[in-house]
Ligand binder design. Structure first.
Ligand code: ATP
Ligand code: MG
Length: 357
């Protein structure tokens, strides 16, 4: 199993965009991938259309179980797509440093949490926060590799040496090798600064950079705002081609590293939550809710679906394994899901839709 942190303490350099899209592209090529969000901003989950405020348990609970039973990564993991899983975070992770301040071994909490997952995943991708504190330190200690996104702006190379020093420190502390490679992001061939920074990267990181360059592409931004990876959003986009090229470079290293894919180990992920997207086609409705046994048939604001530009309504819900009945509440009418042929009679003489996870 390869464990790759996407790290750079500089904000907004494309860590999360790279983490989501590299994960999605690796999964697309058949690798089993777990994306771990180590950023309290929760952007990896938000960028995959997961409402982080509604999560009962997150990565934070797996790193610090002072008040309650032990939570493992599998308990918080959500299936996003075939082969693609995420362990999400939210603002609760910002308290970790404080909670662990007196705890011995606080830097190795993530490494411990990941232990044993090599039978399940081929890749773990870790989205780091824009800081060099305990969260990034935990990520680096748990990692076999680090990818450092560098965007094309004036001070983008400043601070990289500090990150490299910390990685050296981790190498010394743990005694394990961590391979580091940089990737140029948000490249705009029309600007001089892009050309200058790219040249600097080529000079400084001759053998430790990806040949692929991630160009500035508005589709990547749009995809995140729709809660999708570029694979699910637009496979014709430049951003898709760039992240697939990066993925190919990453995959090309598998042979040298002697990576055996999980498929050959005949192991599969165990029970976990699934992100399920529901759709309702009613362009004339003014309000659509999805109500069912998964939310105790509660018709509150939380059950509201989101209207898309084409007039369809959608909502993604995180579901634990089980069987659920539900209906749409379209304005004042209860309607079954036309996209789901599985239905049962309900006690009101109508039909409930049924979904099995
Ligand atoms: N190649 C790209 N082309 C266009 N927009 C991009 C590209 N990469 C990232 N962005 C956009 O730039 C912004 C910052 O990117 P992102 O969130 O990936 O950075 P980050 O390093 O994770 O930020 P933070 O440090 O806050 O975690 C986002 O709005 C994202 O959609
Ligand atoms: Mg981020």
């Amino acid at each position: 199993m390869r464990i790759i942190s996407i790290a750079n303490q500089k904000g907004g350099c494309g860590k999360t965009t790279s983490a989501i899209n590299l994960s999605a592209c690796l999964a697309h090529t058949g690798r089993k991938v777990l994306l771990i969000d180590m950023d309290p901003q929760g952007h990896s989950a938000i960028g995959l259309n997961i409402n982080t405020n509604e999560l009962e348990k997150t990565v934070c609970d797996t790193l610090c179980h002072s008040n309650g039973p032990k939570v493992v990564l599998n308990d918080v993991t959500i299936e996003v797509n075939s082969n693609f899983y995420i362990a999400p975070s939210n603002i609760s992770l910002s308290t970790l440093e404080q909670h662990l301040s007196m705890v011995q071994g606080r830097e190795t909490k993530l490494k411990e949490a990941i232990g044993g997952l090599d039978q399940i995943y081929d890749y773990i991708i870790i989205d780091c926060p824009p800081s060099l504190g305990l969260l990034t330190f935990n990520s680096l200690i748990a990692s076999t590799e680090v990818i450092v996104p560098i965007e094309m702006s004036l001070f983008s190379l400043h601070g990289i040496s500090k990150l490299l020093k910390i990685i050296d420190l981790v190498r010394e502390k743990t005694g394990h090798e961590i391979r580091v490679k940089v990737i140029a992001t948000m490249y705009d061939k029309r600007t001089r600064i892009s050309k200058e920074v790219l040249q600097d990267i080529k000079n400084h990181f001759k053998d430790s950079r990806f040949i692929t360059i991630i160009n500035t592409n508005v589709k990547l931004k749009e995809a995140a705002s729709f809660g999708k990876s570029i694979i699910d959003y637009d496979q014709k986009a430049r951003g898709f081609r760039d992240y697939m090229a990066l993925t190919k470079e990453v995959i090309a290293e598998e042979k040298t590293l002697g990576l055996r894919l999980v498929k050959q180990k005949k192991s599969s992920p165990s029970a976990r939550m699934v992100k399920k997207q529901f759709f309702c086609n009613d362009p004339n409705a003014s309000c659509v809710k999805i109500v069912g046994s998964f939310n105790n048939w509660n018709t509150s604001e939380k059950s509201l679906m989101e209207r898309k530009k084409d007039g369809t309504w959608s909502k993604s819900i995180i579901l634990a394994p089980g069987t659920y009945q539900y209906r749409f509440l379209i304005d004042d009418d209860w309607v079954e899901d036309q996209n789901n042929p599985n239905q049962v009679d309900n006690s009101f003489g109508g039909k409930n839709s049924v979904i099995r996870i």
